[in-house]
Write a new protein. Structure first.
Length: 377
């Protein structure tokens, strides 16, 4: 039995992971679950999976949690930190944005393997995390669908033969809409993703294509590929997740039905004969389309390449400014087109410095959030 901890168990990634656990009841022992405030779902998960630890970020909600025999309830950021330090075979990082950074840092050396759904932590503190993971023998395993596709493709190829990597993007809800129409779209339209059912933050990032820009930096970090060799294609059917272009002019692709259970099952080590995710039936797809993204309509993509190139503290500032602005957008305080304008201005103001510790990351996170507030209020 593999001992598993799921951070963000009430979210889209957390629920998909628990579905896989449920499909394989003899393979996993759920030792820890965490949520921010959704105690009604967390209570159902406690009843069903009987973890030893549960962590709730909102301390006020702790008293509404179900008390199982032998269950320890942890609360607040300290609680999440304590849960991340428990020994386990696999920890699933399904919390959004920079809230994942501390738990990821803490679990290295305690978890044998970390399934990385969150990409912001690896973007903002990449080298620090990678080095600590290496020194403490924790495997970092990406389950973000494009990163997982690249991992699979690279496994089978000689790196010398690879010219570049293509990442595909569904394009979100607005990729083919005129610029004037998307200027003022409300959050409820922006989070209506055409393919995936995901949390609000990543759904807005998909609508602005910031998420794809983040993936360029993520792939560069995880697989040491220069950003100029990472290209993006809009692919509305979302069944091809990545291509490799080889020197012999052939392309090889990784295709699978857009179901997060597929990369998650792979990360959990489910053998291919008992895998339950949906099968991709090519004869049911009307066609496969690929388009170049409109960099003028989605300027955050260009900005991500600039940041990926410059490195230093730029990625931390990009991720932090985006998190702050998207939060303001979801609260109705700024418009859709303001998201890219504000982030561009924050990046323009930034004088990059080296990132050598978590303290540096937090310093530049605070700096970027403050700059966003200065520009908005
Ligand atoms: N969903 C996907 O298909 C997908 C694909 C690729 C990558 N990812 C990445 O995976 C991560 C999770 O995405 P998601 O779509 O599953 O998000 P989500 O549905 O919003 O779920 C987030 C989970 O984390 C908890 N949470 C929220 N804010 C938190 C905080 N500040 N501290 C601690 N816990 C917090 C939530 O608890 P409550 O339920 O109580 O709010 C929930 O359990 C993100 O980084 C996303 O970019 C997701």
């Amino acid at each position: 039995m593999k001992r598993i901890i799921i951070l963000g168990s009430t979210g889209s990634i957390g629920r998909a992971t628990l579905k896989v656990v449920k499909e394989n009841p003899d393979k996993f022992e759920v030792i820890g679950l965490s949520a921010r405030r959704n105690t009604s779902l967390l209570n159902k998960q406690i009843k069903e999976f009987r973890p030893s630890y549960v962590s709730i970020l909102d301390k006020g909600k702790a008293k509404t949690l179900r008390i199982n025999k032998g269950l320890k309830i942890l609360a607040g950021e300290e609680g999440l930190g304590e849960l991340s330090k428990k020994e386990c075979d696999i920890l699933v990082l399904g919390v959004p944005g920079l809230s994942a950074l501390k738990p990821l840092f803490s679990c290295l050396g305690k978890a044998k393997k970390v399934l990385l759904a969150n990409k912001e932590a690896i973007i903002s503190a990449g080298e620090i995390i990678k080095e600590r993971a290496k020194n403490r023998n924790t495997e970092l395993f990406p389950v973000d669908s494009e990163a997982w596709a690249v991992l699979n493709l690279l496994k089978k190829e000689d790196r010398e033969d690879i010219l570049c990597v293509y990442l595909t993007a569904s394009g979100g809800p607005f990729w083919d809409k005129p610029k004037e129409i998307i200027k003022n779209v409300k959050a409820k339209e922006a989070i209506r993703h055409p393919v995936w059912k995901m949390g609000k933050k990543i759904s807005v990032d998909s609508a602005t294509l910031m998420n794809k820009g983040f993936e360029v930096i993520e792939i560069k970090r995880l697989f040491n590929i220069d950003s100029e060799n990472i290209k993006i294609l809009i692919h509305p059917q979302s069944v091809v997740h990545a291509f490799l272009e080889k020197r012999d002019k052939s392309l090889i692709s990784c295709m699978f039905y857009p179901d997060m259970r597929i990369p998650i099952s792979s990360g959990l080590g489910i053998d291919k004969f008992s895998l339950k995710g949906k099968k991709l039936l090519l004869d049911k797809i009307k066609g496969l389309e690929f388009f170049l993204p409109d960099y003028k309509k989605f300027p955050l993509l260009n900005l991500a390449y600039f940041v990926a190139n410059k490195e230093k503290s730029f990625p931390t500032v990009l991720v932090s400014a985006d998190e702050e602005v998207v939060d303001l957008y979801l609260k109705g305080k700024v418009g859709f087109s303001d998201i890219s304008k504000i982030i561009e201005r924050v990046i323009a103001k930034h004088k990059p410095r080296d990132i050598t510790s978590l303290e540096d990351v937090y310093y530049w996170e605070a700096w970027a959030r403050e700059k966003v507030k200065e520009l908005v209020f």
